[in-house]
Design a protein around this ligand. Structure first.
Ligand code: KIV
Ligand code: ZN
Length: 377
């Protein structure tokens, strides 16, 4: 596999993640999340958009003073006052951007191609002159004509940008498209290339991975995949796929993933879907008889990896699909022992109760066992 030795994870939960409609993180919440991101092992944390409010500037300042291992960056449009706000926050790293696609040039910026380039390089130059390390994003890069994209990245590079990002702003590219794009850009761009993929078609993770397989060396992520519209490439899915499917261990302390996911869900008010890969509550829960039977023998029959790796726990759930094996396992867990006949009776009652709408939690299960005249046998 043609992967760079070092792949940087640029986490933007606190910026793009917070841009998800309805989300507003307090300074304290940003601090708690940043500390956990740092403990997990991300390389870069985008703290927010300092020009947008006092709170954002305060958060950026405080994050910067935490002494994290991760680099803390602030976002800025290619506008001097935005860059000044990043400087006021005391940050040494900036992420500047400008829209490059015809849609952004014509409708949003109302700028010619030349004006877009001029504006972008002025801001890169200004940021560099003020001592900042600069990561430059072409917004809507994936819907930008390739020649123009190459020109603007080359210009940014010649004015001192340290890294460029390909922003797939509307999640509109395919894995094949991003592969082609990165390979083309690598012919002309000599600085690092990173990916910022949105999930509008559910392809953010595979697009990010395809991009690094094609030679990029940075991926922008968010915890739980939160962010604008359908969100961003999910941090947990990216690092676990790279580690276990592509053999690229980024050295993350993955056992902290679940607690980070819960913290972000609580702070953002955005629930994690039960079936969300890696962090969803159902990812290591099993109910159907066939699966439970096999999992009791060998969990890997129906799990791609053990739950503890990501701070999750395996759970056998009783319900209408349960068989004797699952119920026996639950009895053992509750320190109860019954004869085979009683076991069959309990299984029948478990199925019936569930079909009648009762969720079989531990208390309900004990009631069922009692109703089958349970006595220690
Ligand atoms: O999606 C996007 O284009 C962005 C930019 C600010 C880089 O988030
Ligand atoms: Zn984005």
């Amino acid at each position: 596999m043609n992967l760079a030795d070092k792949i940087y994870i640029f986490d933007t939960t606190l910026r793009d993640g917070e841009q998800a409609p309805g989300v507003a993180l307090t300074v304290d919440e940003k601090i708690q999340i940043a500390q956990k991101l740092d403990k997990l092992g991300v390389d870069k944390i985008e703290a927010g958009f300092p020009v947008s409010s006092n709170g954002e500037r305060k958060a950026a300042k405080e994050l910067n003073s935490l002494g994290l291992n991760a680099t803390v960056l602030g976002l800025a449009r290619s506008v001097q006052k935005d860059i000044d706000a990043v400087l006021d926050s005391g940050l040494d790293y900036i992420h500047t951007f400008i829209g490059t696609s015809p849609l952004h040039r014509d409708y949003k910026l109302k700028m010619s191609k030349e004006k877009v380039i001029e504006t972008a390089v002025e801001s890169v130059e200004y940021a560099k002159d003020h001592g900042l390390t600069v990561e430059f994003s072409a917004e809507d890069a994936t819907r930008t004509d390739l020649d123009f994209l190459k020109r603007i990245y080359n210009k940014a590079e010649s004015y001192g940008a340290d890294r460029v990002h390909i922003a797939d702003t509307t999640g509109a590219i395919t894995p094949q498209g991003i592969t082609y794009l990165v390979k083309e850009l690598k012919k002309d761009v000599n600085i690092d290339i990173a990916l910022h993929c949105h999930n509008d078609f559910g392809l953010a993770v595979i697009n990010s991975i395809s991009g690094v397989l094609a030679g990029a060396n940075g991926i922008s992520t968010t915890v739980n995949g939160i962010g604008e519209r359908a969100g961003n490439a999910s941090l947990e899915e990216v690092i676990m796929s790279l580690k276990l499917l592509y053999g690229k261990d980024l050295g993350f302390k993955t056992k902290h993933i679940k607690e980070l996911s819960e913290l972000v869900s609580k702070a953002s008010g955005l629930p994690v879907p039960y079936n969300k890969p890696v962090v969803g509550n159902n990812v290591f829960r099993h109910e159907s008889g066939i699966h439970v039977d096999a999992v009791i023998e060998e969990p890997l029959c129906y799990e791609p990896y053990i739950p503890e790796l990501v701070g999750q726990k395996r759970q056998l759930v009783l319900g209408k699909h349960s068989g004797c094996r699952a119920v026996r396992a639950k009895l053992n867990e509750c320190d109860l022992d019954v004869s085979d006949d009683t076991l069959i009776e309990i299984v029948k009652k478990v199925k019936k109760s569930r079909e009648e709408g009762t969720y079989i939690n531990d208390d309900v299960f004990r009631e069922i066992v009692k109703s089958c005249n349970y006595k220690k046998e």
